[in-house]
Design a protein around this ligand. Structure first.
Ligand code: ZN
Length: 420
């Protein structure tokens, strides 16, 4: 099957030009300012539209942990991966989480089985290490052979690791050229603050920044590449920016919610506020501004969603009187690309090439996802065609499993027209 996309504005992270893209059997066959139409070739007129490499979201949780009892409601890889694709995300990375007695290979195999023949977009896995066994290095060698290039570590929750284990794991990752992704919140600080009245004060910024500083320090000692997940506040950006200046391989991931939404969302009706419970929580306007600047300066490496398709009616609203039971997490996979194009490119004048860099190219490059993140001959024909037409985000128009969107009613200046 051949498809010729004619006359679109093509964007890569390092070039942009008006041109055509020829696709054959799922691969990009040719990219050039002008390609003559061929026999048996479908033609798509992309004049006046933008053509991007398929976008990549490296932090998603489609299908929630079975042990939380969420499986029946939202464990639907068909729906979630279809929603990702519709929203311009052609590859997601999910987390294969090690349950206590499992080996990493078992954890990975279990997660792979849940995706098989169901996924509607491309996918890969980080391996979430929750317990270190003596053969951790050999286990990592095994999962790396199966295409896993990154490890996830928590510093809070039941599955957290302490500094001693993190150091051992960092040494292994450094030796194997794997990236460590870290959820940075200091568990002792979280516990100390857990009785505070207001949710967002119970997970204070100090918990994040103290742990970001520590993880960056451990990375400096071991030479491990680390990605600081879902950075929410200005001080964390300062720490990571300073580390980068020293030449450390510390990557910064943030999410649309930390750029667009603030803790003001917690100050209205408690039922409404539950829609925005996530960890780390939303912060202040100053933090959004600092993170936005960091995107523009190239300090932010990835914009991911930390997508969790919780249902407002089922997992949040019934528990507003018991804060601990409100599901912490928000959906976003379907709107990430359009929201971020609108916010960064249209409202903050980011070059669309830089947009491609933090939404697709960096992801493919750092996590070693082959044949993606760049429109060129031989790569997968994962393409997103967009226009600058006005739209409004409405939950009713979305196809994901969740019954609400945290971005309800937001006006945006772009649309995703076609995803290949
Ligand atoms: Zn997450």
């Amino acid at each position: 099957v051949k498809l010729l996309i004619k006359g679109g504005q093509i964007y890569n992270f390092d070039n942009a030009f008006l041109g055509d893209v020829l696709i054959e059997d799922g691969l990009i066959k040719e990219v050039s300012p002008k390609i003559e139409s061929q026999d048996h070739c479908e033609i798509y007129n992309a004049e006046g539209k933008m053509v991007f490499p398929g976008f990549i979201d490296v932090h998603t949780h489609p299908g929630l942990p079975e042990d939380l009892g969420y499986k029946k409601d939202t464990d639907d890889f068909i729906t979630e991966t279809r929603a990702a694709r519709k929203g311009g995300t052609t590859t997601i990375i999910d987390f294969a989480e090690q349950h206590l007695e499992e080996t990493l290979t078992q954890a990975l195999a279990q997660r792979e089985r849940r995706y098989e023949k169901k996924a509607q977009c491309r996918y890969a896995f980080h391996i979430a290490v929750t317990k270190l066994r003596a053969d951790i290095y050999e286990q990592l060698v095994e999962v790396k052979k199966r295409g896993v290039n990154s490890v996830k570590v928590y510093t809070t929750y039941g599955m957290m690791l302490g500094s001693k284990d993190i150091l051992i794991l960092m040494e292994c990752c450094a030796a194997l050229d794997m990236v460590m992704m870290v959820h940075c919140e200091d568990n002792d600080i979280i516990n100390y603050c857990s009785k505070r009245m207001l949710y967002w004060e119970s997970r204070p910024r100090e918990a994040e920044t103290a742990m970001v500083y520590k993880i960056v320090s451990l990375a400096a000692l071991t030479g491990c590449k680390v990605c600081i997940c879902h950075v929410s506040c200005a001080e964390s950006v300062d720490i990571i920016e300073a580390a980068k200046k020293k030449g450390l391989l510390v990557y910064l991931e943030t999410c649309p919610q930390y750029l667009l939404l603030t803790e003001e969302k917690y100050k209205g009706e408690p039922i409404e506020a539950a829609k925005f419970f996530l960890s780390p929580p939303l912060r202040k306007e100053e933090d959004c501004i600092r993170l936005t600047e960091a995107c523009q300066k190239g300090v932010v490496d990835f914009i991911s969603t930390d997508h969790c398709a919780f249902l407002f009616e089922k997992h949040k609203k019934p528990f507003v009187e018991e804060r601990e039971r409100v599901a912490k997490g928000i959906p976003g996979i379907e709107v990430r690309v359009s929201l971020m194009y609108d916010y960064l490119v249209l409202k903050n004048h980011m070059d669309p090439k830089a947009f491609v860099k933090i939404m697709s190219y960096n992801e493919a490059h750092v996590f070693k996802l082959p044949y993606r993140g760049y429109i060129k001959e031989g790569n997968f024909a994962d393409l997103v065609i967009m226009s600058e037409d006005k739209d409004v985000i409405r939950s009713g128009k979305l196809i994901g499993s969740s019954d609400y969107t945290p971005y309800e009613g937001m006006g945006i200046g772009c649309r995703i027209i076609k995803v290949i």
